[in-house]
Write a protein that binds this ligand. Structure first.
Ligand SMILES: [Zn+2]
Ligand SMILES: [Zn+2]
Length: 308
C-alpha cells in the first residue's frame, strides 16, 4: 500500500504546490525569508498568474485571481446617499425636509415602486471589473466576495425592514442567457450573501418566483419613460400565491438606471406584495451616470469586442 510506505501521491502539480507551501508554513520556516521566497517563486513558476484587475503577480494560493490590494480598494459608497434609491447626494441637506431623511430630486418628485434600494459600492473601478470576472469570464469564486458585499448592503436595510421575514428574489435572467452563461449571477451572489446570515434579518431565498419573459432592447439614448416602456412585460410573477402579502427583497449585481428593479418591483406589488426592498452589490452614482450604460449595452459591447 502506498500509504503504508509513506509515499504521497499528487494527482496534480497544483496539489504538489499546496503541499509544499503548507509544509513551508507549518514548519515555521516563514521566519527564514529565503525559504518563503523560494516557495513563492516556485509557486509563481508553476502557476504564473497575475491579478486579473491590476496585473500584479499573485503569490498567495487562492481560487480568486485578484490581489489583496485590489480587493481592499473596493470600499462602500462614501458620503450621504438618497434614503430611497441610494443615489449619491452632493448636498444632502439641500434635499432634506425638516425631520426627514434626505432624498434625491427624482425620488422627491416621483416615488419609485420599491420601498428602499441600497448598494454596497460604486459601480466603477475594481468592483465593476470583479463583477465582469464573474459574469463574462465565469470566475465563480468572485461570487463569494460579491456575496459578502451584498450581505453588508442587506444589513443596511435591517433598521428599515424591522422584524419582517423577507422573501429574497434574485432578478432573473432570460433562460437563453442562463444557458449561455451557465448561471444567474444575481442568484449566486444572493446564495453567498445568505450563507453569511446578515445580522437581524430573516431571509428565505426563492429564485423561481419571477421570470424574465423576453430579452430587452438596448436602452441607449432612451428617456426614463421610454426605458420603462421598453421594459414593460419583460418580467412576470410565476408563483403569485407565494408573493401575496409577503415583503420581498430583490437582489441583483448592479443597479444602473433602476429601470430593471423598478419593473420587477411593479410586477411583485401587482401580485400582492405590500413592500419590495432592493439590495445590490454596486450602483452607478450620479457623477458616473453621464457615462452610465445599461447592462444590455455593456453585454452587447463586450460581445462585439470578443468577436472581433
Ligand atoms: Zn490587483
Ligand atoms: Zn433617490
Amino acid at each position: 500500500m502506498c500509504a503504508g510506505l509513506g509515499r504521497i501521491v499528487f494527482s496534480s502539480s497544483r496539489e504538489l504546490t499546496r503541499a509544499i507551501t503548507a509544509k513551508v508554513v507549518s514548519a515555521g520556516h516563514c521566519f527564514v525569508p529565503w525559504t518563503c521566497h523560494a516557495a513563492e517563486s516556485l509557486f509563481a513558476t508553476l502557476f504564473p498568474s497575475d491579478c486579473r484587475l491590476c496585473g500584479a503577480p499573485l503569490v498567495k494560493i487562492s481560487s480568486l485571481p485578484v490581489c489583496e490590494d485590489c480587493l481592499s480598494a473596493m470600499r462602500p459608497i462614501p458620503g450621504e446617499v438618497c434614503s430611497v434609491c441610494g443615489e449619491g447626494l452632493v448636498s444632502p441637506y439641500a434635499f432634506a425636509q425638516e425631520h426627514d431623511e434626505p432624498r434625491c430630486g427624482l425620488c422627491r418628485r416621483l416615488g419609485p415602486p420599491f420601498a428602499k434600494a441600497t448598494a454596497y459600492g460604486s459601480y466603477d473601478g475594481g468592483l465593476r471589473e470583479l463583477i465582469h470576472l464573474l459574469k463574462y469570464e465565469q470566475v465563480r469564486p468572485a461570487a463569494n466576495v460579491l456575496g459578502r458585499m451584498l450581505a453588508e448592503a442587506i444589513t443596511d436595510l435591517s433598521s428599515s425592514v424591522g422584524e419582517t421575514c423577507l422573501l429574497v428574489v434574485p432578478v432573473p435572467l432570460h433562460t437563453r442567457k442562463v444557458r449561455q452563461r451557465g448561471f444567474n449571477q444575481a442568484e449566486l451572489i444572493a446564495r453567498a450573501a445568505l450563507k453569511l446570515k446578515p445580522v437581524g434579518m430573516q431571509l428565505t431565498l426563492e429564485s423561481g418566483i419571477l421570470e424574465r419573459r423576453r430579452e430587452t432592447q438596448s436602452q441607449i439614448g432612451l428617456t426614463r419613460h421610454q426605458r420603462r416602456e421598453n421594459m414593460r412585460g419583460a418580467f412576470a410573477v410565476t408563483k403569485p400565491a407565494e408573493v401575496q402579502d409577503r415583503e420581498i427583497l430583490l437582489v441583483d449585481d448592479v443597479f444602473t438606471t433602476g429601470t430593471t428593479v423598478s419593473e420587477c418591483a411593479r410586477m411583485l406589488r401587482r401580485a400582492g406584495s405590500p413592500r419590495v426592498w432592493v439590495a445590490t452589490v454596486a450602483r452607478t452614482l450620479k457623477i458616473e451616470a453621464t457615462y452610465a450604460i445599461s447592462e444590455e449595452e455593456e453585454e452587447s459591447g463586450l460581445a462585439k469586442a470578443a468577436h472581433g
